[in-house]
Design a protein around this ligand. Structure first.
Ligand code: AMP
Length: 189
Protein backbone atom coordinates (compact mmCIF):
# COMPACT_ATOMS: atom_id res chain seq x y z
CA UNK A 1 0.00 0.00 0.00
CA UNK A 2 1.57 3.25 -1.17
CA UNK A 3 0.03 6.42 0.21
CA UNK A 4 0.76 10.13 0.02
CA UNK A 5 -0.30 12.40 2.89
CA UNK A 6 -1.10 15.87 1.66
CA UNK A 7 -2.19 18.98 3.56
CA UNK A 8 -1.14 22.33 4.99
CA UNK A 9 1.52 22.60 7.67
CA UNK A 10 -0.03 21.77 11.04
CA UNK A 11 -2.84 19.63 9.58
CA UNK A 12 -1.79 16.59 11.61
CA UNK A 13 -0.67 14.51 8.64
CA UNK A 14 2.64 13.62 10.30
CA UNK A 15 0.90 12.33 13.43
CA UNK A 16 -1.52 10.21 11.41
CA UNK A 17 1.19 8.97 9.06
CA UNK A 18 3.16 7.69 12.06
CA UNK A 19 0.10 5.93 13.55
CA UNK A 20 -0.92 4.32 10.28
CA UNK A 21 2.62 3.27 9.43
CA UNK A 22 2.93 1.57 12.83
CA UNK A 23 -0.39 -0.26 12.53
CA UNK A 24 0.30 -1.41 8.95
CA UNK A 25 3.98 -2.15 9.64
CA UNK A 26 5.16 -0.06 6.71
CA UNK A 27 7.69 2.81 6.75
CA UNK A 28 6.65 6.40 7.36
CA UNK A 29 8.76 8.55 5.07
CA UNK A 30 8.88 12.20 6.08
CA UNK A 31 10.93 14.35 3.73
CA UNK A 32 11.08 17.02 6.44
CA UNK A 33 12.64 14.48 8.88
CA UNK A 34 15.10 13.27 6.24
CA UNK A 35 16.13 16.86 5.48
CA UNK A 36 16.42 17.79 9.18
CA UNK A 37 18.71 14.78 9.62
CA UNK A 38 20.90 15.97 6.72
CA UNK A 39 21.08 19.42 8.34
CA UNK A 40 21.97 17.92 11.72
CA UNK A 41 24.74 15.83 10.16
CA UNK A 42 26.10 18.81 8.23
CA UNK A 43 26.07 16.98 4.88
CA UNK A 44 26.31 18.80 1.53
CA UNK A 45 22.53 18.44 1.14
CA UNK A 46 22.01 19.69 4.69
CA UNK A 47 24.16 22.75 4.10
CA UNK A 48 22.17 23.60 0.98
CA UNK A 49 18.81 22.99 2.66
CA UNK A 50 19.28 24.67 6.05
CA UNK A 51 18.59 28.32 5.25
CA UNK A 52 15.78 27.45 2.84
CA UNK A 53 14.08 25.33 5.49
CA UNK A 54 14.50 27.91 8.24
CA UNK A 55 12.86 30.49 6.00
CA UNK A 56 9.92 28.16 5.32
CA UNK A 57 10.54 27.85 1.58
CA UNK A 58 10.81 24.65 -0.46
CA UNK A 59 14.17 23.02 -1.11
CA UNK A 60 14.81 22.27 -4.83
CA UNK A 61 12.51 19.71 -6.45
CA UNK A 62 15.40 17.60 -7.79
CA UNK A 63 16.79 17.26 -4.27
CA UNK A 64 13.52 15.92 -2.83
CA UNK A 65 12.88 13.61 -5.79
CA UNK A 66 16.39 12.19 -5.46
CA UNK A 67 16.07 11.69 -1.68
CA UNK A 68 12.67 10.02 -2.05
CA UNK A 69 13.94 7.73 -4.81
CA UNK A 70 16.84 6.66 -2.60
CA UNK A 71 14.62 6.08 0.41
CA UNK A 72 12.00 3.95 -1.36
CA UNK A 73 14.77 1.82 -2.88
CA UNK A 74 15.52 0.39 0.55
CA UNK A 75 14.27 -3.11 1.29
CA UNK A 76 11.70 -2.06 3.89
CA UNK A 77 9.58 -0.31 1.24
CA UNK A 78 8.75 -3.45 -0.75
CA UNK A 79 5.31 -3.85 0.88
CA UNK A 80 4.41 -0.20 0.67
CA UNK A 81 5.03 3.03 2.55
CA UNK A 82 3.52 6.35 3.51
CA UNK A 83 5.10 9.52 2.17
CA UNK A 84 4.40 12.55 4.33
CA UNK A 85 5.24 16.02 3.01
CA UNK A 86 6.17 14.88 -0.49
CA UNK A 87 5.27 15.69 -3.21
CA UNK A 88 4.85 19.39 -2.53
CA UNK A 89 4.77 20.60 -6.14
CA UNK A 90 3.51 19.34 -9.50
CA UNK A 91 7.11 18.71 -10.61
CA UNK A 92 7.69 16.57 -7.54
CA UNK A 93 4.44 14.69 -8.19
CA UNK A 94 5.61 13.93 -11.73
CA UNK A 95 9.00 12.84 -10.36
CA UNK A 96 7.24 10.56 -7.90
CA UNK A 97 5.16 9.01 -10.67
CA UNK A 98 8.37 8.17 -12.49
CA UNK A 99 9.86 6.64 -9.35
CA UNK A 100 6.77 4.43 -9.00
CA UNK A 101 6.54 3.55 -12.70
CA UNK A 102 10.20 2.47 -12.80
CA UNK A 103 9.38 -0.07 -10.11
CA UNK A 104 5.96 -1.00 -11.51
CA UNK A 105 4.35 0.29 -8.32
CA UNK A 106 1.16 2.26 -8.12
CA UNK A 107 -0.18 4.86 -5.76
CA UNK A 108 -3.17 3.71 -3.77
CA UNK A 109 -4.38 7.12 -2.64
CA UNK A 110 -3.45 10.69 -1.84
CA UNK A 111 -4.96 11.48 1.56
CA UNK A 112 -5.74 15.16 1.84
CA UNK A 113 -5.95 16.64 5.36
CA UNK A 114 -8.39 19.50 5.00
CA UNK A 115 -7.94 22.17 7.70
CA UNK A 116 -8.81 25.89 7.80
CA UNK A 117 -5.69 28.04 7.79
CA UNK A 118 -6.48 29.85 11.10
CA UNK A 119 -6.70 26.51 12.92
CA UNK A 120 -3.47 25.27 11.37
CA UNK A 121 -1.59 28.48 12.28
CA UNK A 122 -2.76 28.23 15.90
CA UNK A 123 -1.58 24.62 16.07
CA UNK A 124 1.82 25.49 14.64
CA UNK A 125 2.36 28.38 17.03
CA UNK A 126 1.55 26.01 19.89
CA UNK A 127 3.99 23.43 18.51
CA UNK A 128 6.66 26.18 18.30
CA UNK A 129 6.77 26.19 22.06
CA UNK A 130 6.77 22.40 22.36
CA UNK A 131 9.13 21.15 19.65
CA UNK A 132 11.35 24.16 19.16
CA UNK A 133 11.57 23.70 15.38
CA UNK A 134 13.59 26.47 13.71
CA UNK A 135 10.77 27.05 11.20
CA UNK A 136 7.92 27.25 13.72
CA UNK A 137 8.20 31.02 14.21
CA UNK A 138 5.59 33.42 12.90
CA UNK A 139 7.48 34.69 9.84
CA UNK A 140 8.44 31.21 8.64
CA UNK A 141 4.93 29.91 9.32
CA UNK A 142 3.45 32.67 7.16
CA UNK A 143 5.88 31.82 4.34
CA UNK A 144 5.11 28.11 4.64
CA UNK A 145 1.40 28.83 4.14
CA UNK A 146 2.05 31.04 1.13
CA UNK A 147 4.27 28.35 -0.37
CA UNK A 148 1.64 25.72 0.39
CA UNK A 149 -1.16 27.71 -1.29
CA UNK A 150 0.91 28.45 -4.37
CA UNK A 151 2.94 25.31 -4.96
CA UNK A 152 1.34 22.44 -3.03
CA UNK A 153 -2.42 23.09 -3.06
CA UNK A 154 -2.61 22.51 -6.87
CA UNK A 155 -1.86 18.86 -6.07
CA UNK A 156 -5.37 18.49 -4.63
CA UNK A 157 -6.86 18.90 -8.13
CA UNK A 158 -4.01 16.89 -9.64
CA UNK A 159 -4.84 13.80 -7.57
CA UNK A 160 -8.57 14.42 -7.83
CA UNK A 161 -8.28 14.22 -11.62
CA UNK A 162 -6.46 10.90 -11.23
CA UNK A 163 -9.26 9.61 -9.02
CA UNK A 164 -6.79 9.14 -6.16
CA UNK A 165 -7.84 11.88 -3.76
CA UNK A 166 -9.42 11.04 -0.39
CA UNK A 167 -10.29 13.98 1.83
CA UNK A 168 -10.12 13.86 5.63
CA UNK A 169 -11.69 16.54 7.84
CA UNK A 170 -8.59 17.41 9.86
CA UNK A 171 -10.23 19.72 12.43
CA UNK A 172 -11.07 16.79 14.72
CA UNK A 173 -9.39 14.78 17.45
CA UNK A 174 -6.46 12.51 16.65
CA UNK A 175 -8.63 9.48 17.51
CA UNK A 176 -11.51 10.54 15.25
CA UNK A 177 -9.19 11.24 12.31
CA UNK A 178 -7.56 7.86 12.84
CA UNK A 179 -10.99 6.19 12.64
CA UNK A 180 -12.00 8.17 9.54
CA UNK A 181 -8.75 7.21 7.90
CA UNK A 182 -9.17 3.51 8.51
CA UNK A 183 -12.74 3.67 7.19
CA UNK A 184 -11.49 5.29 3.99
CA UNK A 185 -8.71 2.76 3.57
CA UNK A 186 -10.83 -0.28 4.37
CA UNK A 187 -13.47 0.90 1.94
CA UNK A 188 -10.72 1.26 -0.61
CA UNK A 189 -9.00 -2.06 -0.14
P1 AMP B 1 7.98 19.46 7.13
O1 AMP B 1 8.61 18.77 8.28
O2 AMP B 1 7.26 18.52 6.21
O3 AMP B 1 7.11 20.61 7.56
O4 AMP B 1 9.15 20.09 6.26
C1 AMP B 1 10.02 21.06 6.80
C2 AMP B 1 10.71 21.83 5.68
O5 AMP B 1 11.51 20.93 4.90
C3 AMP B 1 9.79 22.50 4.67
O6 AMP B 1 9.30 23.75 5.12
C4 AMP B 1 10.70 22.63 3.48
O7 AMP B 1 11.64 23.67 3.65
C5 AMP B 1 11.46 21.30 3.54
N1 AMP B 1 10.74 20.26 2.80
C6 AMP B 1 10.16 19.15 3.30
N2 AMP B 1 9.58 18.42 2.33
C7 AMP B 1 9.80 19.10 1.18
C8 AMP B 1 9.42 18.89 -0.17
N3 AMP B 1 8.70 17.83 -0.56
N4 AMP B 1 9.82 19.81 -1.09
C9 AMP B 1 10.55 20.88 -0.74
N5 AMP B 1 10.90 21.15 0.52
C10 AMP B 1 10.55 20.28 1.47
Amino acid sequence: MILIFLGPPGSGKGTQAKLLAASHKIPHISLGDILREEVKNGTAIGLKAKEIMNAGRLVPDEMTIELTGQRVSKGDCQNGFIVDGFPRSIIQAEGFEKILAERKWSLKAAIYFDLPEEVAVKRLLLRAGLEGRADDNEAAIRTRFEVYAKQTAPLIKYYERQGKLCTIVADQSVEKIKTDLSLILDGNN
